[in-house]
Ligand binder design. Structure first.
Ligand SMILES: [Zn+2]
Length: 337
């Protein structure tokens, strides 16, 4: 079958990947749509660092079992159609549109569908999912939109972790896909004052389309000169941002760090101590939040149409990875095999 794989830092098209065979509890599905995630771009460029950092943080608990010298399968934001179930496995009828949290259960345990030499992800014609984890896509939600359940769940989780009340002001720093997902979740929650900040005019426009009430250009001055937020969401992920927030935020601010900074970063604890700032780092989402995210899309509480800026086939994934570097042109590119 056809797939796009990471080989030597580039996404390469293949038409000779063996079809996966579903085992007990597994379901063979045909991928309908898979979003390209910023973490995939980062892994393509800096996979060795990601593997090394994961190794360190997991402290001997296994780390990340991936060999960058071999082809790597990726793609964790997908919707798919049920084809057939493995032995002794009950599932939805063939043709049902589904999505799932990106893990598959096998004899080896829980395998993440993220970066793997063997577990096929969403940049492929077909892949394996686990029957008990399948969520049928309700309300006739478009398969392209359904594939964005995963990135939107990341935003929902960050917002849930913040415990923000509707009357509090939120400031979202960075309007890439994570910042945009946070903005959408804040708007869906009914937060009355959502302020976004990004250098890119296109991204500020997108932030407004997704529910931000104001979008500021940080080149014109610190957003903290304009707003006094109760909750700050950091979705940039570069060194220096956290310290700047600690310096400028008002006492009692809650800072939610959703940006993924892979470099060491320096902070002045005294800035945070002096103002009793709460810092919460966040990652991913719970299975319940994933299901809530699908529901929000299917019920129209969140419309992801403005996010989708491109669509490519499996042979276009390499070029799409390059194109996503330009924030003026792209937010989400979908791979539709
Ligand atoms: Zn992702």
């Amino acid at each position: 079958m056809r797939a796009a794989v990471l080989r030597g830092g580039r996404m390469v098209y293949r038409d000779d990947v063996p079809d996966p065979v579903p085992g007990p509890g597994q379901v063979l599905v045909a991928v309908r749509s898979c979003g390209i995630c910023g973490s995939d771009l980062h892994f393509a460029a800096h996979g060795d660092e990601v593997v090394a950092m994961t190794e360190r943080v997991s402290a001997g608990a296994g780390g990340m079992d991936v060999d960058l010298g071999r082809d790597v399968f990726m793609g964790h934001e997908f919707s798919a159609e049920v084809l057939e179930a493995g032995p002794d496995t009950e599932t939805h009828p063939a043709g049902t549109l589904v999505t799932s949290i990106p893990v598959v259960l096998s004899g080896k345990g829980v395998e993440p569908i993220v970066y793997s030499n063997s577990t096929i992800g969403g940049y492929a014609e077909r892949m394996l999912l686990s029957a008990p984890l399948l969520l049928p896509v309700p309300n006739g939600l478009d398969f392209r939109h359904a594939s964005l359940t995963e990135p939107m769940a990341v935003g929902l989780h960050a917002v849930n972790k913040s415990n923000i009340a509707p009357g509090e002001t939120a400031l979202v720093l960075g309007c890439g896909p994570i910042g945009i997902a946070i903005i959408a979740a804040l708007a869906a929650r009914g937060v009355e004052s959502v302020v976004a900040s990004d250098f890119s005019p296109k991204r500020r426009e997108l932030a407004t389309a997704m529910g931000a009430h104001r979008a500021l250009d940080p080149a014109q001055g610190s957003p903290f000169d304009t707003v006094k937020p109760a909750v700050v969401f950091e979705a940039v992920g570069v060194p220096g941002i956290i310290d700047d927030v600690l310096l400028r935020a008002r006492p009692g601010t809650r800072l939610v760090v959703a940006g993924v900074c892979m470099q060491p970063d320096t902070v002045h604890p005294f800035f945070a101590i002096a103002k009793e700032i709460n810092v919460q780092f966040v990652l991913a989402y719970s299975p319940e939040e994933f299901a809530d995210s699908l529901r929000a899309l299917a019920e129209g509480d969140i419309d992801v149409t403005p996010l989708i800026t491109g669509e490519v086939g499996l042979d276009g994934v390499g070029a799409a990875f390059d194109d996503l570097a330009d924030p003026e042109r792209h937010c989400k590119i979908l791979v539709t095999p």
